[in-house]
Design a protein around this ligand. Structure first.
Ligand SMILES: CC(C)(COP(=O)(O)OP(=O)(O)OC[C@H]1O[C@@H](n2cnc3c(N)ncnc32)[C@H](O)[C@@H]1OP(=O)(O)O)[C@@H](O)C(=O)NCCC(=O)NCCS
Length: 158
């Protein structure tokens, strides 16, 4: 644990060429997909998602690197739902690296770099009590449930 904490956590924009890497990350995180009741995306789905992302200038996707290793992924949208907002649609830490403080570090990193945004929303899919606890522990409050399988959280950015 001490050794890992000394490695810096970096965010690198995810590009279509990263599809195999990202697909591997999803495959190594089966628990999340079980939780939300979905099959992990196929490689082709991941390629398509990354291509779609590139077409929307407000959407940003990053691989989280710990040293040279890809340990997570995050995907957010700027100026959404309102111009002064940003919305985190997915933060995923690779299953074998969860519970080591990386989610918290990734979120802190993201919030540091959201220059100009006044608040950050986080959308949690499915029955995901761990994610809800996680966001609440990071200073988010619950805003609303958008139907049975979708919860919105928000925190102000300083
Ligand atoms: C939810 C998620 C992003 C949290 O990231 P994480 O890296 O596992 O979370 P952290 O380690 O930062 O914090 C989680 C727990 O570890 C603890 N922790 C933090 N630093 C720690 C450390 N150095 N050593 C051990 N435990 C630590 C935290 O106190 C926290 O405790 P909790 O169990 O009471 O919540 C991650 O579990 C994940 O990817 N889940 C699947 C995808 C998902 O559900 N995403 C959210 C919806 S978008």
């Amino acid at each position: 644990m001490g050794r890992m904490r000394t490695l810096s956590l970096n965010l690198r924009p995810a590009q279509p060429e990263d599809a195999p890497l990202l697909h591997g990350l999803f495959r190594q995180s089966p628990g999340y997909f079980t939780l939300i009741g979905m099959e992990p995306p196929s490689l082709e789905d991941v390629v398509q998602d990354l291509l779609t992302l590139e077409k929307d200038p407000r959407r940003r996707a990053f691989l989280l690197l710990l040293g040279v290793e890809a340990v997570g992924y995050l995907d957010y949208k700027l100026h959404y739902p309102e111009p002064a907002d940003a919305t985190l649609s997915l933060l995923l830490i690779r299953e074998d690296h969860q519970g080591q403080g990386l989610g918290r570090r990734a979120l802190a990193h993201l919030m540091d770099h959201l220059a100009g945004a006044e608040r950050l929303y986080a959308v949690v899919y499915g029955n995901n009590p761990r994610a809800k606890r996680f966001f609440q522990a990071q200073g988010f409050r619950h805003v609303k449930d958008g139907g049975p399988a979708l919860s919105w959280y928000v925190r102000e950015l300083t």
